[in-house]
Design a protein around this ligand. Sequence first.
Ligand code: SF4
Length: 364
Amino acid sequence: MALIEAALSAAAAARPVLSAAARRAVPLSSCAAYSAAAASSSGGDIEDSPLLPMPRRGSLLARFRDRRALAVTDITATEWCEKQMEFVLEHGKPERTQAMKAGSERHAQLEQERTADLLRFALEQVIERVDVTIRSAEELWAVKLMNFIVGANQLMLEGITREIPVIGVVEGSWMIGVIDELRMPPDGISVHPILVDTKTRYKPTVPSEAQKRNGRLQVMCYKYLWDNLISEKFPAENFFSYFDLDSSYLLSDDIKQYIRLLGLNAKTLEDVLKYFKVTCHTLPRSQEQLLLRYELQADHSLLEEYQFSYDARWFKDQIQEVLSFWQGAREPKFVTEEERWKCSFCKFANNCPINMLPHQDVAD
Ligand code: SF4
């Protein structure tokens, strides 16, 4: 199994030049099974599906996510406080706190552990190292799609994968995210992987309901995107047109070499998309039960494991609410009276009109 993570976090619309390098161990045999399936796909199988409406002029979506997908983190940040999201878009993100940095480091550590697992797994196999330079949006998407294929292979072969990218259309808007962890159930009976998200906490306290609600929305986004990739036709035509991508774009030798190392043969972005679609249709849907884990930053001890069920109705309502903000259908909302405590952690509090309003303090 293998991973390349060249510029995964870079904005999809950042074109034309993105330069990133990734060094990862790559076995030669893991994806060979896809060759025949993808080769059998006809050349012109991009589905005809109605184009999605373009974002309303002047909306936040049009101004800040033009030809880009909304990130799952955009959704959760909006759910946290719409006014704060607007401040971030208009003025940029405030400096990251120590707690935020520690959280990112923990994710990086979990990802490193996965890479170590991969290396152990790959020891018995032929290993090559590849440098991948990203030159265009088409190549960036090719790498993202390959990362999905690699992560999906790891899940099916080893029973666990981390940091796997997912993309899809949710309530009419393109959305992208990176699933923290997918693991197969330990019972060996169920074939449906469990979606897990690990959050780190600075203090040894259990999360508030607002934090849990935000976490639930995040993991439900991942479930929706994962299950949708598996059960629905990928809207390829929309994908190419919305992101302004050339489906017949010829990938660089670097990327083609990496893809060959995985046992695949792709020359264009469309070729990679075919492998991606074949992969999606071989995967199982995720479990209805989702898991949030809360760890203490200092020693990674477990504070709480919180299991909950996917709620399609609730999820749809939440997404529609968030999208109405992004689409400019209404003014941004402030936090509710019960959640005014969030304002004491907000870098924009001094400039926020909510502070002109009377309020009662609510403890965290
Ligand atoms: S001060 Fe409160 S209401 Fe205003 S942006 Fe910050 S969190 Fe939102």
